[in-house]
Design a protein around this ligand. Structure first.
Ligand code: ZN
Length: 238
């Protein structure tokens, strides 16, 4: 293969790699966003658990103060009973004591249930907190990894662009013109492999004499159909 043809191939490979890395860099912000969104979902669940726990704590202290208010009332009614001066005062106090006792039992039952709920939520919250912290550390690690890979890709891209400029400017005028024109027309894919008397890019048949010249690789030969520069890849017979 002539040096010029192999330089065209290198230029082609460099351009393809520049395009690939450019697309890779462009795709990374979306990946970062997905990772952050997934974390926000688990954090939301965690916040919901925290809220439920705080609500249960508030409800528990409300029940506690209701209960003690009821106990105060009960003591007062008991005192009323002791001081009762007639049948009417006596029966009123007995009835009020009965009502207060029932209320106290109801509050005690509710309080017991609420204490169990508080305990369960506290356990869940304690279990989930380290999980969430571990998840955050993992998220940070992944984001760091992506940032590092962006930096590495940018550096690689700079190298490739320098290499591309070098290959492009040192090409012969005619080869460079062909490369630029076909690249524009064919979305950056300038070279096509010739194999079995065909252009592998567009499947056009190649005449035997032309195919022979391509195999020699001494001149730049373009496909009559798609215009790409044809090259022959020497493969080990197997
Ligand atoms: Zn072709």
């Amino acid at each position: 293969m002539s040096p010029e043809l192999s330089q065209l191939l290198s230029l082609q490979e460099t351009d393809i790699e520049i395009k690939r890395i450019g697309e890779e860099i462009a795709s990374l912000p979306a990946r970062q966003e997905i990772i952050e969104r997934q974390f926000a979902e688990s954090a939301k669940e965690h916040l919901g658990l925290k809220k439920a726990y705080e609500d249960a704590l508030a409800e528990r202290s409300r029940l506690e103060s209701e209960l003690s208010a009821e106990q105060v009332k009960l003591e007062k009614f008991k005192a009323d009973l002791m001081k009762a001066r007639n049948e009417k005062e006596y029966s009123t106090a007995v009835r009020e004591i009965d009502v207060a006792k029932k209320a106290i039992t109801a509050f005690e039952n509710e309080l017991l249930k609420m204490m169990e709920r508080v305990e369960k939520l506290a356990t869940d919250f304690q279990v989930k907190s380290p999980e969430l912290e571990a998840h955050r550390r993992e998220v940070d690690r992944q984001l760091d990894e992506i940032s590092n890979s962006v930096l590495a890709s940018r550096r690689r891209l700079e190298e490739l662009r320098l290499e591309r400029a070098r290959l492009h400017t040192t090409l012969g005028t005619s080869a460079r013109a062909i490369y630029d024109r076909v690249s524009r027309l064919r979305g950056g894919v300038v070279l096509a492999e010739a194999r079995d008397y065909s252009c592998l890019a567009c499947r056009m048949k190649i005449r035997p004499q032309v195919y022979y010249d391509i195999r020699q690789g001494n001149t730049i030969i373009t496909c009559e159909s798609c215009g790409r520069v044809l090259f022959y890849r020497v493969v080990a017979e197997g």
